[in-house]
Design a binder for this molecule. Sequence first.
Ligand code: ADP
Length: 542
Amino acid sequence: MSDPVQSTMQDAPLLISAILKHGATVYADSRVLTFDGEGVQEGTYGEVAERAARLANGLASLGVEPGDRVGTFLWNTQEHLEAYLAVPAMGAVLHTLNLRLFPEQLAYVIDHAQDKVVIVDGTVLPLLARVADQIPTVEHYVLIGDADTSVLGDVPVTRYEELLAGASADIEWPDVDERSAAAMCYTSGTTGNPKGVVYSHRSTYVHSLAEATGNAFGLSETDRILAVVPMFHANAWGLPYAGWFAGCDFLMPGRFLQAEPLARMIETWKPTIAGAVPTIWNDLLHHVDQNPTDLSSLRVVPCGGAAVPLSLMQAFEERHGIRIVQAWGMTETSPLAAVAHPPKSAGPDEQWRWRAKTGRVSGGVELRIVGDDGSVLPWDGQAVGEIQVRGPWITGSYHLDPDPEKFMDGWLRTGDVATVEPNGFIQITDRSKDVIKSGGEWISSVELENALMGHPSVFEAAVVAVPDERWDERPLACVVLRPDAQATPDELCDYLSDKVARWWLPERWTFIESVPKTSVGKFDKKVLRKQYADDELEVVQR
Ligand code: ADP
């Protein structure tokens, strides 16, 4: 045997301060635009980086030390990006707070993470004030904009701009351990309390590189990112760090997340990439169909967080020339784990078959599907099992909550049920808590919804399991019709009959005004199930 060889490579730590410095120097002229309802506020990367240095020094003057948690209760804005960069780079831990949490959950996550300082936007300060007396770890608030701060009690409040003005722009970013905590995000806790996922510098760094590759979104300096997905929802899918590393311009929508201002932003400031959950794109499609808008600057629209209906992708492509690319991930996976670009072997008539799938597993993520009996199933496009993943940007536990049920031999159990093709394309049929088991066989609520949403009269559709004497469970179709459109259950069943198995066709139908949404804009099926159980829905039987 020959002598062992040592690697000659340097062992440089993978730090968020390195991401910050790279963008600040190499792409100093790239821009961050924040929409204010009329126009945009602008800053260059050079300016943003200088303000991040001031923010770090300012937070240190308030007593923030390495490892301390700094909460952000903010929209997507330049200041939020400054906090994204400054807080981890100074060795503290960024904790993005979901603006739409119920008060008890908001108090729970601030207290559980032990946030020491919270940076809050004046427009949402009243929401934070509701829990101010339940978050004793918070020693200081930093206020962006204007608001009556007396509602926050006796805790001192400093204005963001004053904090920055009074702080030095000189900083030596510390050399922290690349495996130390950089940022944290709680899952939205559909059942029980939210769970904290803590990202490291290293996980964020490698995730950022992966997201910029051509098999993901191919980010470069020529891109401009419209991050509609909130920066508190799984790090805005990693776009802030990946985009900054690649020198992309940012277009921050602030609190203007409705279809009309989004359309105006796209037409005027011409982003090349825009990420949001399907419900946002569905609203936007309806708006631009009625109000023609030039969306042609968009080269790719990453969409995920929930199944993306094929009809939505096709409508955008055919009517507006916009390419939606479906992606899959979760808070626990940083979040990017799969992206549905069609394989090179796919001919012109096979494009949609692949693009309709959930995604193709990303390099850096190991994925398997596991059956009910714990056996690992083949990637044959047929076997259905729970997706399990592992890798350098996948969580291995939850903050102060080992939750062994969510892990199996070092793999994260995602709770998503899927098939996998031999080439790594996954197709999620359901979340395990949403599956419909009828007479011992599974009905995919996702497939039924996607098929229904292809009907021209249907604006939105959610399908949930309801108890059934004969079959144990049957699907209940909850349908939102387009304004002025008509459709009966029989017509909708006719439409579905060549798209899904006959025995899947729902007997129970309800026509509702809108599908209830979770705090990150997904269909909230547990609310629908409860409304049905409480007899609050007007159900038509076929
Ligand atoms: P929450 O658990 O609060 O919804 P996450 O955003 O972390 O917050 O949710 C991750 C889940 O979203 C995944 O486990 C999966 O069920 C669902 N999801 C994400 N992307 C897709 C997709 N493209 N198709 C179907 N489901 C998806």
